[in-house]
Design a protein around this ligand. Structure first.
Ligand code: SF4
Length: 419
């Protein structure tokens, strides 16, 4: 049985992009529905208080349901296309005991899943294995996004991963030469082949792990500051062969993102050196060939960003409601602080509090304040936001009348809790 990365829910056919990330469906599952209903009722009570010019009720006893946990900003690669370049290799560190206390407190407030990733290589955190052990002892779903250079560290705790947990490797290439040029690993022994070999070993340790090969599609003309981006479109098929031959469950393709001047993560397909249509055609061809070589053993997945880029509907995802409700349900915890969204990681105006804010009431206070101050319709107007549909849905529940529970039937109890 193939395990599919919960970030990319797809249909059973191995080679189709299936559907949009269905966060609405995830929020309807019994394990999350109560949290969402409490949030909706609180927002309604706040609106009533505003009309009545009375004090607003306090933030309910909720925390994020799902977090991206950046364990470290340290990285042993120097990827030209890294979106978190500016936040890498800072001196900011988690205080380990404070981090565990924050996680415990978030768990008490309803935390269900943790994705270890971002802004650094998570396996470089000296107590990576301890953190995984701690999260699994709390019964949380766990996922890891890694550059793959230290798979042996994940292997140490591989036996703890349960069904629905996943590990995704950011590899982005099909040729060794391109892998080296794109990622610039600090150790000469870090090769695409060595990483794929150790990934296969990891999978053999525990078949519950859904193993993903992540491929950010880059094109000539794109840039990150002065850094010229290397084009890898022609290697989509080869990368799929690696994924197929080394027991990955899926390969996921997503487009290159860059940062807008005010810090938000945005797609900029018009920066391509070739005509926009030509780039899209090359990507379509790459996807087609990937599906052909995938055979029945590896799923080929298009991220929502890629799907909307290819079908020309991506502008629809730029129209956010004023309040981003998902920032109450999903946050980023990094050594630099707690942020309201991965698209604004490290950006001051998106900072909810210090890294250990959730150890105390400051997490809730900061979240309530962010919901007031952060105008997503302005701050995210250039972001192709994956949460756009679910944010509009939550907005309609809050602004609706009658019991929200009636408009919000229970969903699939088996849906994963990663948001
Ligand atoms: S609207 Fe989207 S991009 Fe903006 S903060 Fe919310 S989830 Fe992030």
């Amino acid at each position: 049985m193939r395990h599919i990365d919960p970030d990319f829910p797809i249909s059973k056919t191995h080679s189709t992009p299936a559907k949009i990330h269905d966060f609405t469906e995830k929020l309807r599952q019994p394990a999350l529905r109560g949290v969402v209903l409490d949030y909706v009722q609180w927002r309604r009570a706040c609106a009533d208080a505003e009309k009545a010019k009375t004090p607003k009720p306090e933030f309910p006893s909720l925390g994020p349901v799902s977090i991206n946990l950046d364990l470290t900003t340290t990285c042993n690669f120097a990827c030209g296309h890294c979106i978190d370049w500016d936040a890498l290799n800072t001196t900011a560190r988690h205080q380990h005991e404070d981090l565990l206390a924050s996680l415990k407190s978030m768990h008490a407030r309803g935390l269900k899943s943790v994705i270890l990733l971002g802004g650094g290589e998570p396996t470089l955190y000296p107590k990576f294995a301890d953190v995984v052990r701690f999260l699994k002892s709390l019964g949380l779903q766990v996922a890891v996004v890694t550059n793959g250079s230290r798979n042996e560290v994940i292997e140490e705790v591989a036996h703890l991963f349960t069904s629905g947990d996943w590990v995704r490797l950011s590899l982005d290439s099909g040729l060794e030469e391109t892998f080296q040029a794109m990622h610039r690993p600090k150790s000469p022994s870090t090769t695409l082949e060595a990483i794929c070999t150790s990934a296969k070993k990891l999978k053999s340790k525990n078949s519950n792990i859904s193993l993903g090969f992540s491929f950010v599609i880059t094109w000539k003309g794109a840039s990150r500051g002065d850094e010229k981006i290397i084009e890898n479109i022609a290697e989509m098929e080869l990368a799929t062969q690696w994924a197929r031959d080394y027991d990955f469950d899926y390969i996921s393709f997503k487009p290159f993102l860059t940062r807008a001047s005010e810090g938000a993560e945005v797609m900029d397909p018009n920066a391509a050196q070739d005509k926009h249509e030509k780039v899209l055609k090359k990507i379509q061809d790459g996807l087609q060939k990937s599906k052909e070589v995938a055979e029945d053993s590896v799923a080929v997945i298009e991220s929502t960003n890629l799907r909307v880029l290819l079908d020309g509907t991506w502008q629809q995802y730029l129209d956010q409601p004023k309040v981003c409700h998902m920032q109450a349900l999903r946050q980023v915890v990094s050594p630099l602080g707690v942020f309201n969204c991965p698209a604004h990681r490290g950006v001051d105006k998106a900072r909810i509090g210090s890294a250990d804010a959730w150890k105390t009431e400051l997490g809730a206070v900061g979240t309530a304040a962010m919901l007031e101050s952060f105008d997503a319709s302005k701050e995210c107007k250039e972001v192709t936001c994956l949460y756009n549909p679910v944010n509009h849905w939550l907005d309609s529940l809050i602004q609706g009348e009658g019991d929200p529970a009636d408009q919000f039937p229970e969903g699939n109890p088996l849906a994963d809790t990663f948001l």
